[in-house]
Design a protein around this ligand. Structure first.
Ligand code: UN1
Length: 496
């Protein structure tokens, strides 16, 4: 049996206080990868205490020095990219080229936020009195709690850990229970890059561990990525004790294809956005909204392309699609096939587990045709390799269908008409809009997040990604050496 995957608290790799463990599995083979520390409230308390203690010095460490540690993180991630990607594929199933991309997002973010060490821009503005100076500074907040999912086991935590660190905060990190080993190796990179003990702490376990973090009085901010169902519970609990919360939740993203679109480009983008990561991205395309004229050729080409996808263990470079993450995910996706059939939808291809694979949580790429607005498969996030095809007559109708869901993360339109493209940019109500590109592939230098049920108005990444992890401090410096306040207040009262 391989070594226990441990918590990282106060700079030490430790077992859980109770000694309890659970296992992490390979979803392609169903084999155990390693036992993992199962944390409880005592572990979370210890991690928060360690973070509080470490925060005292970390907040005073000059931001350019903090940035240098982040640059070392970027270098180490680049050196370990292949091992990290391989472990990630084994632990959550997506194919190796995608797990390399996942690590790359963290490298990009580490360089980007490392550079923030010499920016962290605030601003100055003129003030009302002579001999007085005003400025607004970004300040650290304290101890930050991070709760992240298994589908981007390094990229998504990196969008939170790196800005939180550069801003001078200390962290308690609770990763998805399906990817603890990958999370631990990611945290080891920060240790090896010279991050002081206690600044980044890792607590492993199931949802209740996140709960302890959410309700802990010592944690000032919660940044959560995961399902809408869990996110809203986190929000309510954290709000009741006055915490700042950043939420990134579900999606029901669509690609719109107009009659004048470049067919080959659209087919390629739809295939990869719908079936990449086995459809388990919050940015995945799960609806194709297609204009009637191009529909027959497009659907034919998509069926062809989906049929050609090779399923298997993602470590094999020739494989196009790995398994779903676990048995529960398989049951959820299978459940939607029943719902679709019940709703009168036609299954063009897929709709079941591959018959020639007896191990692993594999599911065939699936295309639903004849999907109507308002059907459950058109409205609900399935989080699997399932694409619902909705036919429309016009661009206006397409945009209405796109916007008519409870989520608002990503959307896309394929057209060669520049006027149509710009109208779509104006009218699509998602946080991310693509023109002639699939719904996935967001870059770390722009805000990432969505409208409606996808979030709570916060964004990750880019400059605004710092907002969750900083407080504004407005500073007034009066260097006149005399009493000015009484004078201006009196003038205001007289004039008012
Ligand atoms: C997610 O699915 O939670 O844009 C994140 C993308 C990736 C990130 C996805 N860069 O698809």
């Amino acid at each position: 049996m391989p070594d226990l995957v441990r918590n990282f608290i106060g700079g030490e790799w430790v077992e859980s206080r109770s000694g309890a463990t659970f296992n992490t599995y390979n979803p392609a083979t169903e084999e155990v990868i390693a036992p993992v520390a199962q944390s409880g409230s005592a572990d979370v308390n210890a991690a928060v205490d360690a973070a509080k203690e470490a925060y005292k010095n970390w907040r005073l460490t000059p931001a350019p020095r903090r940035g240098e540690i982040l640059f070392r993180v970027a270098q180490l991630l680049a050196e370990r990219k292949e091992q990290l990607a391989s472990l990630m594929t084994q632990e959550m199933g997506k194919i190796i080229s995608e797990t390399r991309g996942d690590v790359q997002e963290a490298i990009d973010m580490a360089y980007y936020m490392g550079g923030e060490g010499r920016r962290l821009m605030g601003y100055t503005a003129p003030v009302e009195m002579p001999n007085k100076f005003g400025m607004a500074l970004r300040d650290s907040v304290g101890v930050i709690g991070l709760i992240t999912p298994w589908n981007f086991p390094i990229a998504v935590p990196s969008w939170k850990i790196l800005p939180a660190l550069i801003a001078g905060n200390a962290i308690v990190f609770k990763p998805g229970e399906d990817t603890p080993a990958t999370a631990a190796e990611f945290v080891r990179v920060f240790q090896d890059a010279g991050l002081p003990p206690g600044v980044l702490n890792l607590v492993l376990g199931a949802g209740e561990v996140g709960d302890f973090l959410v309700t802990h009085q010592g944690v000032r901010v919660i940044s959560f990525t995961g399902s809408t169902q869990t996110g809203l519970k986190v929000y309510a609990k954290a709000a009741s004790i006055g915490k700042k919360v950043s939420l990134e939740m579900g999606g029901k993203n669509a690609i719109i294809v107009l009659d004048d679109a470049n067919l080959d480009l659209a087919v390629d983008a739809i295939t990869w956005s719908a079936f990449g990561t086995t459809g388990q991205r919050c940015t995945a395309t799960s609806r194709l909204i297609v204009q009637s004229g191009i529909k027959p050729q497009l659907v034919e080409a998509l069926v062809e392309k989906a049929r050609g996808l090779k399923l298997g263990n993602g470590l094999d470079e020739s494989v196009n699609m790995g398994p779903l993450v676990n048995q529960k995910a398989l049951e959820k996706v299978s459940g939607y096939i029943k719902i679709a059939k019940h709703e009168g939808v036609k299954v063009l291809i897929g709709g079941e587990r591959p018959s020639d694979m007896d191990k692993g949580f594999f599911f065939q790429p699936t295309l639903f045709d004849g999907v109507e607005r308002g059907m459950r498969v058109e409205q609900e996030e399935i989080f699997g390799p399932v694409l619902s095809i909705v036919e429309v007559g016009s661009m206006e109708e397409a945009i209405e269908v796109n916007n008519g869901v409870a989520y608002g993360l990503s959307s896309s339109i394929f057209t060669e008409n520049v006027n149509a493209a710009f109208r779509a940019i104006r009218d699509l109500t998602t946080g991310i809009v693509y023109i002639n590109h699939g719904t996935t592939g967001a870059e770390i230098q722009f805000p990432f997040g969505g409208t409606r049920g996808t979030g709570n108005g916060m964004r990750e990444a880019g400059q605004v990604g710092l907002d969750s992890f900083t407080e504004w401090k407005s500073v007034y410096v009066d260097y006149s050496g005399r009493l000015q306040r009484a004078q201006i207040d009196t003038e205001r009262i007289l004039n008012g």
